[in-house]
Design a protein around this ligand. Structure first.
Ligand code: IPM
Ligand code: MG
Length: 363
C-alpha cells in the first residue's frame, strides 16, 4: 500500500499563492515518482482568512493544520490590512499557528548556491560556499511576552509595552535543537544574545553554557552579542556554522543572512517542535510584485524539500531538490530578484516548470 500523507496548504496573501502553486506542482511530482498519496488540504490564512471569515486564522484553517502531517505556508500580509485592529492583522495568523502548533524551533538555512556567488552584494570570496543555519526560538521572547499593548496614561499620553521573557525550559529546548543539528554539521554553535544589557538574555547565556557543559561538550560553543553578530555576519559569515538565538534576534539576523545568499527569495524554513511541523519561505508577501508572475518560488520549493527531510522521512528528496535548484541556476535561469547580466530571466511559473522537469529526471 502506498504511504499516505495529509498536507495543509495555506497560500496566504500577495505572492504567497503564486509561489505556493509552484511548490504544489513539485509536491505532485514527488508524489507520483515516489508512489505516495498526498492529500492537499488548502485553506485561507492571513489577509485571505480575514476576508473569508473575519479572522486571519479561521478555525477550520487551524484545525486543518493540526490534523495534517505537515503544513506548507506561502506568505501573509498586505497594505490593505495594515490599519485594521492589531489582533486581526494577517501576521497574527502566523504567530497563532506557531504557538498553537508549539513550533518553538525555527530552522533557517542560508546556503550559497555556487551559481549565485556573484548575486550577493558581498564580495564573492566572502560568501562562496557559505552554509550556515540560524536556529530561531519561535514561540517565546518579546513576540509573546506579557504584559503587552498600548495604554493611554492620565493626561492622554499613550505608552506601548512589550516584554522579553524566557524561562529556563524554553531556553534549554531550543539550545538542544541547536546542539543536535550542529552535531550533524560542523559541530559549532554560536549563541547570540544581549547579555550585557538584558537580564532575560543573561539567563539565556547561562542556561546555554550549562547545557553545553553537561550534554554537548563535543560541540564548540561561542557566545556573541547581537550587535556584534550582525556585524560579523557581513564581515566574515563563514566563521559561523549554527547560530542559536531568541525570537526577535533570529527574525532580524535571518533576513540579514538571507542577503548573503543573493536574495531573500532563496531561503526556506522549517518550524519544528510539535506534532505537526510547518514549512515556509522566510520572505514576506511582497505585495508590490504580487500577481505579476515575477516572484521567486525557489524558497517555497526548497521548503518542500525541508518538509520531506524533517516530516516525511525522505531526506533524499531534499537533496534531490537542492541539486535540481543548483543545476537550474548553473544553466543560467534567474527570476528577477537574482537576475544578473548574461542570464536568462524567467517568471515564477517558468521557474517552477524548470524545477518540475529537472526533478522528473532525477527521482
Ligand atoms: C518572519 C516574518 C514574521 C516574523 C512576521 C511576518 C510576523 O518576518 O517569519 O520572519 O516576524 O516572525
Ligand atoms: Mg522576518
Amino acid at each position: 500500500m502506498s504511504q499516505e500523507y495529509t498536507i495543509a496548504v495555506l497560500p496566504g496573501d500577495g505572492i504567497g499563492p503564486e509561489v505556493t502553486a509552484e511548490a504544489v506542482k513539485v509536491l505532485r511530482v514527488v508524489e507520483t515518482r515516489l508512489g505516495l498519496k498526498l492529500n492537499l488540504n488548502e485553506k485561507p490564512v492571513g489577509g485571505a482568512g480575514y476576508e473569508a471569515t473575519g479572522h486571519p486564522l479561521p478555525g477550520e484553517t487551524l484545525e486543518a493544520a493540526k490534523e495534517a502531517d505537515a503544513v506548507l505556508l506561502g506568505a501573509v500580509g498586505g497594505p490593505q490590512w495594515e490599519t485594521i485592529d492589531f489582533s486581526l492583522r494577517p501576521e497574527r495568523a502566523l504567530l497563532g499557528l506557531r504557538s498553537e502548533l508549539n513550533l518553538f524551533a525555527n530552522l533557517r538555512p542560508a546556503k550559497v548556491f555556487r551559481a549565485l556567488t556573484e548575486a550577493s552584494t558581498l564580495k564573492p570570496e566572502v560568501v562562496e560556499g557559505l552554509d550556515i543555519l540560524v536556529v530561531r526560538e519561535l514561540t517565546g521572547g518579546i513576540y509573546f511576552g506579557e504584559p503587552r499593548g498600548v495604554v493611554t496614561l492620565q493626561g492622554g499620553e499613550r505608552r506601548g509595552t512589550n516584554t522579553l521573557v524566557y524561562t529556563e525550559s524554553e531556553i534549554v529546548r531550543i539550545a538542544k535543537v541547536a546542539f543536535d543539528v550542529a552535531l550533524k554539521r560542523n559541530k559549532k554553535v554560536c549563541s547570540v544574545d544581549k547579555a550585557n544589557v538584558l537580564e532575560a538574555t543573561g539567563l539565556w547565556r547561562e542556561v546555554v553554557t550549562d547545557l553545553h557543559k553537561k550534554e554537548f561538550s563535543g560541540v564548540e560553543l561561542s557566545h556573541m552579542y547581537v550587535d556584534n553578530a550582525a556585524m560579523q555576519l557581513v564581515r566574515n559569515p563563514k566563521q559561523f556554522d549554527v547560530i542559536v538565538t531568541t525570537n526577535m534576534f533570529g527574525d532580524i539576523l535571518s533576513d540579514e543572512a538571507s542577503m548573503l545568499t543573493g536574495s531573500i527569495g532563496m531561503l526556506p524554513s522549517a518550524s519544528l517542535g510539535g506534532k505537526t511541523a510547518m514549512y515556509e519561505p522566510i520572505h514576506g508577501s511582497a505585495p508590490d510584485i504580487a500577481g505579476k508572475d515575477m516572484a521567486n518560488p525557489l524558497a517555497t520549493i526548497l521548503s518542500v524539500g525541508m518538509m520531506f527531510k524533517y516530516s516525511l522521512d525522505r531526506e533524499d528528496v531534499n537533496t534531490a531538490l537542492e541539486n535540481v535548484v543548483e543545476s537550474i541556476l548553473e544553466a543560467g535561469y534567474r527570476t528577477k530578484d537574482i537576475m544578473s547580466k548574461g542570464m536568462k530571466e524567467v517568471g515564477c511559473k517558468e521557474m517552477g516548470d524548470l524545477v518540475v522537469q529537472a526533478l522528473e529526471k532525477k527521482l
